[in-house]
Design a protein around this ligand. Sequence first.
Ligand SMILES: [Fe+2]
Length: 436
Amino acid sequence: MNSSTIMFSNMFSDKLFYKHCKRQSMLHRSAIDDRVGASVMSAKAVRNFRTGSYFEPPDYGLFSPNKINLTRGRRFDCAHSPQRSKAMEQTMIFRQLFDSVSGTYTYLIASRQGGEALIIDPVLEKVDRYLQLVRELDLKLVKAVDTHLHADHITGLGALRDHTHCITVMGEQTKADVVAMRVAEGDRVSIEGVSLDVMYTPGHTDDSYSYLMGNRIFTGDTLLIRGTGRTDFQNGDPRAQYDSIFNKLLRLPDETLLYPAHDYKGDTVSTIGEEKRFNPRLQVKSIDEYVDLMNNLNLPNPKMMDVAVPANVHIGLHQDEIARKGWALSATQALSLRGRTDTTIVDLRERSERERHGVIPGSLHAPYPDLQENLSAGGILHELAMATGKRIVFYCAFGERSAMAVQAAQDAGLKSACHIEGGIDAWKKAGGTIEQ
Ligand SMILES: [Fe+2]
């Protein structure tokens, strides 16, 4: 869920707050963060609470026509009635866009017109087209995901981030320099009304991931329509790919719709069941037979490889620029902030990241997607800074979101705002303590 959350430990005791919210039927899924031992409430919920209007947006990724057993044994049950699911599907935006030069499919997804959107595997040369579509559909692009480090085209992640300030997402194994959010098996990538389950499916590359959204699976180059992604460069491994395909992807229900990152024959979508029966690469009797098959493809390298791979590794925001303006603290400098009463440290990451990687003790939680709302007049961060005069110090995973947040805060008039360069990753490396 995307609503901004911020701790209100001084306003309510945890128990009292929880009871109070529940009584008012206003609990947002992310409104309570009991892990950090403090009450967390969405900023939207606060306003809605004050005005008496509460809502719960739909979540496409949380329902599925079947129970799906993922590799970690998690089960997802149908949380909505078929009628409601159908109604939500009807309002959903799902666009499959094509780059004919690289044969790449890009997916633009939103739960509704006017809502938040995410994009999967954008191509640099098509960024203007994506942005135009985003504008036309009145969407707010909040996340841009690459299934893996591409070798055949330059990713649009960096350009989309620069234009929209969206969060860039890749797997934790990626060699891309500054991806804002790194995900792992079992994580979820969520926006308003949409949730993607993250599946680590290495083999084509060692940073290849697939994303499951209800009855749709985005397989990147791991499993293609009547093909599989090559495994002969970028730490590719046919054995790992066999495992990803046969022990993960093919265990999804047969009717799951398969959307790959590429197609060169004109196919747009398949199903898991169809690929089981008709994909020639999958008609093998053993892992050794598959490895042998993949090791003897003798394919030429992609034409763009020498350009695309280095370009895709360097998509990071230039945190140096923020530092040059005097708006950055090194992790070592940030350590001295502990116990200071004139500073508020604000965590911009999502709840799942906080749970997995821990938090800086005493920090507040205000997720990045609602930053603008929180920084504008009347917003929680704006009011906090104005009312207390405290310096706001942002941090995130690696400094990417926090660098953008500092610029936004400065633009909003919070002239003392700064961030921790390198994020909580740098904080940990500098010996900073973490609260789990
Ligand atoms: Fe690829």
